[in-house]
Design a protein around this ligand. Structure first.
Ligand SMILES: Cc1ncc(COP(=O)(O)O)c(C=O)c1O
Length: 381
């Protein structure tokens, strides 16, 4: 039996919500976006949520709303998806890479301390694979400095650390609704913020710096109202056609997280019994969103494992090679892999296994049997 790496968990109610928008007049940012924003704000316990076209856009809008730009440095983990760093460049600031903690793969206090300079204006911790980075520890090493914390929560709508959710203890949190994410509309994202003034600025910045959205401008046949442009913004507003896909998924998130956790913990037990293998540690005080199920293959064998699993028709992925292992990042940011030993070791060893809410026990049995067989076939270290 072949097992795909990922299948979405969309239901008929999601399809019908999109059809209803298609039959209405209003296709772009409007009532569906407002509904998702309200549901996410209530779920996260954060007052302001703004839907966007992607997490990448949400990160850039947040930085611009903070006033972070040319001459400013932003600390980014060396082990993340490339968008965490490119969003900083698009905002005109300079990403400064920091190595990550070896147990979780997340940016921690030690990495931040080494990367801090007098020009640091922001830190972007990434909630890797659904487990939150330790914002409290990061905040502690920042001391009284005026440094913003922007969470890259692309993997983590549902996670908590010591009872705190993304967006509750930072300046902003950016989410992704990309095709494989726990909450998805194919392409999309959101920004959660606590400060009303920052939220108002981010709302304008996501749509050209305009003072009124399409929904606010739309008066039907009741006349026309002028709007102004008061900022240099970007174009990052989500259309209602896509937002409609998200509305009914939000109340299903917790039940799906429970299923993800059950599947992930079973993988963890299997990986823990394989000699030379590893995996990210999930802290006792954390609830992970379990976006990805990660295994660290024995050193030097990851690509052989990927090939052997593919031969057995098990869908796999790599999330990711570390930033200094990517040609453009190495050249543009002058990042030497030798300076980021933890990130680069993870980049060499990591692989992601099938993990989605509708994955059956029988399908997981198949993946586990293949993983054990492939591990047995590796040369002994
Ligand atoms: C950690 C991380 N940050 C940012 C992104 C970018 O998300 P998007 O594709 O919604 O822009 C991703 C996408 O997978 C990601 O994994």
């Amino acid at each position: 039996m072949a097992v795909e790496f990922y299948r979405h968990a969309l239901r008929e109610e999601d399809v019908q919500a999109v059809v209803a928008v298609l039959r209405s007049t209003f296709l772009t940012t409007g009532p569906q976006c407002r509904e998702v924003e309200a549901r996410l704000a209530a779920y996260l316990g954060v007052p302001h949520v703004l839907t966007m076209t992607s997490c990448t856009a949400a990160l850039e809008v947040a930085l611009r709303a903070f006033g972070v730009g040319p001459g400013d440095e932003v600390i980014v983990p060396a082990f993340t998806f490339v968008a965490t760093a490119t969003a900083v460049l698009h905002a005109g600031a300079t990403p400064v890479l920091a190595d990550v903690d070896p147990d979780t793969g997340c940016l921690g206090a030690a990495g931040v301390v080494r990367a801090l300079t007098p020009r640091t204006r922001c830190v972007i911790p990434v909630h890797l694979y659904g487990q939150m980075a330790d914002l409290e520890a990061i905040r502690a090493v920042l001391g009284g400095r005026k440094v913003r914390i922007l969470e890259d929560a692309a993997h983590c709508v549902e996670g908590t650390l010591r009872g705190v959710r993304p967006g509750q203890a930072s300046d902003a949190a950016a989410f992704s609704f990309y095709a494989t994410k726990n909450l998805t509309c194919g392409e999309g994202g959101a920004l959660a913020l606590r400060d009303p003034d920052l939220a108002e600025r981010a709302r304008r910045l996501r749509q050209h710096g305009m003072t009124a959205s399409a929904a606010e401008r739309y008066q039907g046949t009741k006349g026309y109202r002028h709007w102004d442009v008061v900022d240099l913004g970007v174009k990052a507003n989500l259309p209602d056609v896509l937002a409609a896909l998200l509305v009914h998924q939000v109340p299903r998130l917790d039940a799906q997280r429970v299923r993800r956790e059950a599947l992930a913990r079973r993988y963890e037990a299997v990986i823990d019994a394989l000699p030379g293998w590893g995996r990210p540690m999930v802290r006792a005080e954390a609830t992970s969103a379990y976006h990805l199920a990660t295994a660290w293959a024995p050193r030097g064998h990851r690509d052989a494992v990927l090939a052997a699993l593919a031969e057995r028709e098990i869908g796999v992925a790599v999330n990711w090679r570390a930033l200094p292992q990517l040609t453009w990042v190495r050249e543009a940011l002058h990042a030497d892999p030798a300076d980021f030993p933890v990130a680069c070791e993870l980049g060499d060893r990591t692989l992601s296994l099938p993990l989605w809410p509708d994955l059956t026990d029988a399908q997981q049995d198949e993946v586990i049997a293949a993983l054990r067989a492939v591990a047995r076939g590796l040369p002994r270290a």
